[in-house]
Design a protein around this ligand. Structure first.
Ligand code: NAD
Length: 338
């Protein structure tokens, strides 16, 4: 049995987390959930978006499944997501984007993985207004050699162990000559250590265009924090939207799995959010725990339900959708039948 910290999150979080828990239970994996609140519900209850007992639970269990957490835009408390990544040094953010049969999207047959550096650069939280009149603001992005080495090594090792062929490093070293330059230097050194893999690098603006025009040329993409955040949403758009994109935040001892998308306040409480991204985050979590058979069962059931296209949410079937809960029930039924 595995004990895992469950943070349902806010917005659409609790409804998709409920589905993820039910689906994982039906997969046969023996998980005991330790329920913890963070973000807006924790502020209401504990006056703290990330209470110490939540951190203690994750430290103890080493693995968490987390629904999305709202971060106020422009002001207010700092991102709990970023705080968790910093607290547990979750330096590698793995965001796969792959096509599902039955989804109407611009492309089919896409299978790429974004490996995003998760702790440095513009998300380090070193920022301020320069004066009380707010006449200018400053955000400092720090990129270190050791931080670059560990994420690039992770990306190359990931590529090797997952049978991938190519690693593309994305940067802006033409303009950001120091932070981008350092990351690119380390990438080129790292590439030489993996002669069995093809290595290349792209400037981020060109990369955004290339991903839209011909995404098939990419396999594993590794990049710094901000670019990785943006390009992973772009990648999810190529395969049918945020409702299908999971992510894992991996450190040396702790790993937190989630959906790439946010709390979607525009559709919260309506039972219309697609639960698949968080369910697939659960699949990544089960693989991390060594529960491959349960992970395979869930993945097959999700594929089957999406391919059939009947019991899916509005983003996948706008004409006759079912609700979040009902899509979850269909995934459970598909597992029971197989
Ligand atoms: P969002 O990802 O929440 O939503 C973007 C769009 O995608 C919205 O139109 C939404 O309705 C749709 N969408 C998202 N998830 C969906 C799903 N499962 N099914 C169907 N449609 C879905 O992005 P946003 O609106 O920019 O951000 C809302 C909040 O979420 C912000 O506070 C942001 O900081 C936070 N956020 C949290 C995380 C996280 O917890 N890891 C990630 C991204 C954003």
């Amino acid at each position: 049995m595995h004990t895992v910290t469950l943070i349902p999150g806010d917005g659409i979080g609790p409804s998709i987390a409920e589905v993820a828990v039910n689906v994982i239970k039906a997969s046969g994996a023996d998980i005991e959930w330790e329920l913890q609140e963070a973000g807006l519900p924790a502020i209401d209850k504990y006056k703290d978006p990330l209470p110490q007992h939540v951190l203690d639970s994750i430290t103890k269990n080493k693995v968490a499944l987390k629904g999305p957490l709202t971060t106020p835009v422009g002001s207010g408390f700092r991102s709990v997501n970023v705080a968790l990544r910093k607290e547990f040094d979750l330096y590698a953010n793995i965001r796969p984007a792959r096509s599902f049969e039955g989804v109407k999207s611009r492309y089919s047959g896409i299978d790429l993985v974004i490996v995003r550096e998760n702790t440095e650069e513009f998300y380090a939280g070193i920022e301020h207004y320069i004066d009380p009149a707010r006449s200018a603001a400053e955000t400092i992005g720090i990129v270190t050699r050791s931080g670059s080495e560990r994420i690039l090594k992770y990306a190359y090792e990931y590529a090797r162990t997952h049978g991938r062929k190519k690693v593309t490093t994305v940067h802006k070293a033409n303009i950001l000559k120091y932070t981008g330059g350092l990351f690119l230097d380390v990438a080129r050194e790292m590439g030489k250590k993996y002669p069995d893999l093809q290595s290349e690098d792209r400037i981020v603006d060109n990369m955004a265009m290339q991903m839209v025009v011909n995404p098939y040329q990419f396999d594993v993409i590794v990049t710094t924090n901000l670019f990785g955040d943006i390009l992973s949403d772009l990648a999810s758009g190529l395969v049918g939207g945020l409702g299908l994109a999971p992510g894992g935040n991996i450190g040396y001892s702790v790993a937190i799995f989630e959906a790439v998308h946010g709390s979607a306040p525009d559709i919260a409480g309506m039972n219309i959010a697609n639960p698949a991204a968080l369910v697939l985050g659960g699949v990544m979590m089960l693989r991390h725990l060594g529960e491959d058979a349960a992970a395979d069962r869930i993945e097959k059931a999700v594929e089957q339900v999406i391919r059939a296209g009947r019991d899916v949410t509005r983003d996948l079937n706008p004409t006759s959708p079912v609700g979040t809960r009902e899509m979850g029930e269909a995934i459970v039924r598909a597992m029971e039948k197989s």
